[in-house]
Design a protein around this ligand. Structure first.
Ligand SMILES: Cc1cc2nc3c(=O)[nH]c(=O)nc-3n(C[C@H](O)[C@H](O)[C@H](O)COP(=O)(O)OP(=O)(O)OC[C@H]3O[C@@H](n4cnc5c(N)ncnc54)[C@H](O)[C@@H]3O)c2cc1C
Length: 502
């Protein structure tokens, strides 16, 4: 075997340059650790990237960033470690679009739900009393983690109502209502209740005092929030410049002691007597590349947890392999459409949900930031979940057909089409799916990323995982303050947001 022996030793090696890996490298780096991060793609960002297509700037899937007020996990990290912060625009409302093209605002409380003309009146009456009773019981401590949405719903509802329940289940868990728990819907729909951290101080994050629930199973949602959303989805935002601007802010904030190697795939995690000692990696851009070895006794892996099995030569405990094998993933299709003008169909701020033909959600990102499209033009995107791997081509065609049938006025304006096939949040939060632990059976090897945390959505979830990681590292003595940096401890209010960079 052709090996480049690299004798350089680092305090920490981070595998994966998605948001989780970058946030980890940023925090470790600011505290003086010599860090090297490996990313197999040409660019960092993973599922949190933006890139150009025919003059438009598309993101890796439609994104709404949650928990941007009152101490959500990303805001903790931005406050403590970012020298530059992205500017977020308030996300706006969610709408349901009917097959005939009309849009209706999604209800955010029970009284609005009763007036929600989209569903048959009988269903609204039955459902609202069911929702109220579930919320009441849940706030009294009843755990709905093992009850599926399907099992909880009365069996007398119309197909349209079941289709809506399926669609919201896809967006909350990546699976249909038979595989999505009521608890997930309660927590996911309220967006803030899972954090439980609201209002806590940054110092508590640094000292590990911050409330950190690794499993939402035991948490009961705040019933007030779940019923009313207090101000709709006011904690959600979309960053100017596209979601890649979050990654750009991290890159601009990284200290010099963090080295990033892109186009470098880590193939092996080297261990000795149950401890990590380094990694082997190859260049991703050439089929035959010599292996390079980098040494460290502390590694954070943020790729697919399941891949650890084949990267570690030492035998792993059977129960650990079973957990890794139990992680569910969902494949999602996103279609991006560039329009030659701003059309009245998308004349709103927020997102729309469709469920009568094909479950999908999306909207216009250039409504938040016109610079994502050429002057006067508009960029819209729709995510469809889930997609069977074998029939992706047919699904792409079916998805465009469904969109243009519902919105016949837009087809003539289409000047750009672009599709993406992605795994939205890594581990899908299903009834039977498992999650990996931050700690692995190998000493010095830790995980972060969306395969390791059940709370909230995507980027918020990734940020929770990094906070959890730091706490575990503190306990195990790997997180050291190697310099005088104690965190920026800035308290910004992210929404409504300013052009602040400091
Ligand atoms: C369609 C879609 C819609 C989404 N919608 C939302 C939303 O509305 N709101 C929200 O908050 N989030 C959303 N997300 C999810 C969010 O983007 C992800 O949860 C988040 O970006 C995951 O970050 P991560 O770092 O944990 O993982 P990833 O982004 O998967 O990063 C892992 C990185 O590790 C690299 N890597 C893996 N293995 C190796 C190796 N062996 N060597 C070197 N590098 C390696 C990968 O190339 C990748 O760059 C969405 C995602 C998609 C795709």
């Amino acid at each position: 075997m052709n090996i480049n022996n690299n004798t350089q030793t680092f305090d920490a090696i981070v595998v994966g340059g998605g948001i989780s890996g970058l946030l980890t490298a940023l925090i470790l780096g600011k505290h003086g650790h010599q860090v090297i991060l490996f990313e197999k793609e040409k660019e960092v960002g993973g599922n949190c990237r933006s890139y150009g297509v025919d003059g438009f700037t598309v993101d890796t899937g439609p994104h709404a960033i949650t928990a941007l007020k009152d101490g959500g996990p990303l805001t903790y990290i931005m406050d403590g470690y970012f020298d530059f912060v992205p500017t977020f625009k308030p996300y706006g409302d969610y709408y349901i679009r009917s097959v005939s093209g009309e849009i209706t605002r999604c209800p955010t409380n029970v009284s609005d739900f009763l007036k929600f003309k989209f569903l048959p009146r009988k269903d609204r009456l039955i459902l609202s009393s069911k929702i109220a009773s579930v919320i009441l019981k849940s706030s009294a401590g009843v755990d709905y983690s093992d009850v599926s949405i399907y099992d909880a719903l009365p069996k007398t509802l119309s197909n349209k109502t079941y289709a809506m329940a399926d669609t919201f289940s896809y967006f909350m868990s990546g699976r249909d209502m038979k595989e999505t728990s009521v608890q997930r819907m309660l927590n996911g729909a309220s967006f803030t209740t899972e954090s439980g951290d609201t209002g806590e101080k940054f110092e508590k994050f640094m000292t590990g005092e911050i409330k950190s629930k690794t499993d939402v199973k035991s948490s009961s949602p705040n019933p007030k929030m779940a019923v009313s959303h207090e101000g709709g989805f006011s904690k959600q935002g979309y960053p100017l410049g596209g979601i890649g601007s979050i990654v750009d802010s991290i890159l601009k904030s990284l200290p010099e002691n963090v080295v990033i190697k892109t186009g470098c795939r880590v193939t092996d995690i080297i261990t000795e007597n149950g401890k990590v000692i380094g990694i082997e990696c190859v260049r991703s851009d050439t089929p035959i590349s010599p292996k390079s070895i980098y040494f460290s006794d502390f590694i954070v892996f943020t790729g697919f947890a399941r891949n650890l099995k084949r990267m570690i030569k030492e035998e792993l405990p059977e129960s650990y392999i079973k957990t890794l094998d139990g992680i569910d993933h969902t494949i999602s299709l996103t279609t991006w459409i560039g329009l030659d003008e701003c059309v009245p169909e998308f004349d709103y701020m927020g997102s729309e949900v469709h469920f009568e033909k094909i479950p999908s959600w999306g909207g216009s990102t250039s409504n938040y930031d016109p610079s994502l499209a050429p002057p006067g033009q508009q960029l819209v995107c729709f995510g469809f979940a889930p997609v069977p791997r074998k029939r992706i081509r047919q699904n792409i065609k079916k998805s465009y057909d469904a969109l243009f049938e519902m919105l016949p006025g837009i087809e003539k304006h289409v000047i750009m089409k672009h599709e993406q096939i992605t795994v939205p949040e890594k581990a899908a939060i299903t009834l039977n799916g498992t999650f990996a632990d931050i700690k692995t059976p190998i000493q010095g090897l830790y995980m972060a990323g969306t395969d390791t945390d059940r709370r909230s959505m995507g980027i918020t979830r990734a940020s929770y995982s990094v906070i959890n990681l730091i706490h575990e590292l503190q306990k195990d003595g790997y997180f050291k303050h190697k310099n005088s940096f104690k965190g920026n401890n800035i308290k910004r209010n992210y929404l409504p947001l300013t052009n602040e960079t400091n």
